[in-house]
Design a binder for this molecule. Sequence first.
Ligand code: PGA
Length: 250
Amino acid sequence: MRKKIVAGNWKMNNDLDQTIDLIKELKSAISKTEVDIMIAPSFPFLKVAFDLTENTNIEVISQNVNENNSGAFTGEVSVKMLKSIGLSTTLIGHSERRALYYENDDLLLKKINFALENEMNVIFCFGEELSDRKSGKYFEVIKNQLDNTIIKLKSNQLKNIVLAYEPVWAIGTGETATADQAQEMHSYIRSYISERFNLEVAQNISILYGGSVKPINASEIFSKADVDGGLIGGAALNSSDFLKIIEANT
Ligand code: PGA
């Protein structure tokens, strides 16, 4: 059985007090659920967030990680650092990292490999741009992104990866892929994994949808057979919205 996940990507939002307040709000309202709940606050607050969520069912994860062990990489954060404060999962390849910080598939593959080799789980993000959607080339674009990254891994590494399909045109825009569009792509991705690895790997890998998931559209999107949850940006910054989205995946 693959995991159901709702992960909140806080991006560069929330100072220390806001981080603490939001976590306290979530903690006081979250009850037992079969959904894996994750939050990704900013680097300076990961340790505080980790401590605040100990013994809860909220996992604190990182928004990014470097592909090297240590050394002269100003401004970067290593796997070892994240692990030393208790984290075991990181996002890699978010479209904002790709578009604003020029992270390409080669670099992302290095990051994935390095993280997995060092026992850090990965949520790998990918997705097509609006022009790809409009030109009808979106399957090709996704295939390329996966050909350059996921396909180069060994099948046993996929146990520690979650995939997050995030159409760039739907991120932070209020524009959402319809539930059918999400299902169409998720089913394509699962078949891709099945053909290149095997059916068991494909059936066990969680595939999240990201891109303007809100309380109002979450249930419909999560009801689709190949959608195992969501990576939530804007709506994860509001505890009541985030809780409703978690609820929608139960
Ligand atoms: P959004 O962001 O929910 O604000 O569209 C999703 C994401 O970037 O992961």
